[in-house]
Design a protein around this ligand. Structure first.
Ligand SMILES: [Mn+2]
Length: 334
């Protein structure tokens, strides 16, 4: 079973951060608002303390447009500007070193690596690992670290923490005990919660609508998959997403997963640069309220070389669409 990060873990994180002379914070590749919000919140706290800090992620080259209003983006540097040897490396929202992409090699040159994360599949690749699989977002874990550290959460930091919280809880759909308490505390700093949510999650260019039409129009249902709980899936091909952002691509799973006949949903997303290379989003749900019977898709994704959470996970794969479906169906039977 997973456990809440104990106070001792938080104290270890605080001790390392408190002693740091300079810090490099790394977010995961294809960054979402949780990893970026965590990185920028931590950067602002360190900067306030007079500690030099930089934040980076390996790819893509640009920060997704929806996140450009987050406070602290001035601390972002391109991956080429992350030195080979750093004092303290902090990885935020990364379940494995591989999630750092081309920046994973900086772990070897780091005097200390601190891993702050909430993925149940976390491989504990740091010198010190503070993993709270019960945290709804890495930014929630960061709030606990700041509290243990005695560092106040002001409005710009709250903005970043809220960005991760609202994103990773699917606009508070999968909130747990304490989620709304944290949201209340962050909102009380005066941040525009509705505006942050709309910018991050509810704003798409017009081209999103025809893309959804094509992709959803070819969705498939396999009611017998995974022992009868059912699989629904769709493919987002390179040709479907020309001119669209990652935000539009990532939105597809949130429609597909609402299918009542399937408790597992998959969206296969083809690489823009490499035909036949796909990243796969998996979601699962309980078959009824309070049943707690949802398939652990983190286990399925881990079998396929990826990772994630019980109800949301992912992996990468190569092959034809038929190959990908066969492989996934086999992993769901295993
Ligand atoms: Mn996260």
């Amino acid at each position: 079973m997973t456990a809440v990060a104990p106070a001792a873990d938080l104290a270890a994180a605080v001790e390392i951060l408190d002693a740091a002379r300079s810090v490099t914070v790394l977010c995961h590749v294809q960054p979402d608002a949780d990893t970026v919000g965590s990185g920028l919140a931590l950067a602002q706290v360190l900067n306030r303390r007079g500690v030099p800090v930089r934040v980076s992620f390996a790819e893509p080259a640009e920060l997704p447009a929806s996140m450009r209003s987050l406070p602290g983006i001035e601390f972002l540097v391109p991956p080429a500007q992350v030195p080979r040897e750093v004092d303290l490396l902090v990885a935020v929202d990364c379940g494995s070193a591989g999630r750092l992409g081309a920046l994973a090699d900086r772990i070897d040159g780091a005097a200390t690596t601190l891993v702050l994360d909430h993925h149940r599949s976390n491989t504990r690749f740091g010198t010190v690992n503070v993993i709270d699989a019960t945290a709804e977002s890495t930014t929630s874990l960061l709030a606990r670290v700041f509290d243990a550290w005695g560092e106040p959460i002001d409005r710009p930091i709250a903005y970043c923490l809220f960005a991760g919280l609202v994103t990773d809880t699917g606009c508070f759909r999968w909130a747990g005990p304490g989620t709304h308490k944290l949201a209340e505390r962050l909102l009380a700093t005066g941040i525009d919660g509705a505006g942050i949510t709309r910018t991050l999650m509810d704003t798409h260019p017009f081209g999103w609508l025809p893309m959804l039409s094509r992709v959803l129009g070819s969705a498939c249902l396999e009611p017998a998959a995974a022992g009868g709980v059912g699989l629904v899936y769709a493919f987002v091909r390179r040709d479907d997403i020309a001119g669209l952002r990652s935000e539009e691509v990532e939105s597809v799973i949130d429609v597909v997963r609402t299918t009542s006949e399937a408790a597992i949903a998959a969206v296969f997303k083809e690489s823009r640069s490499t035909p036949g290379l796909w990243t796969v989003s998996l979601r699962s749900r309980d078959t009824g309220v309070g049943l707690d019977d949802g398939v652990d898709v983190a286990q399925v994704a881990t079998r396929l070389g990826g990772g994630g959470h019980r109800y949301a996970a992912g992996y990468t794969a190569t092959g034809t669409p038929d190959d990908l479906v066969v492989t996934l169906l086999a992993a769901l039977r295993a």
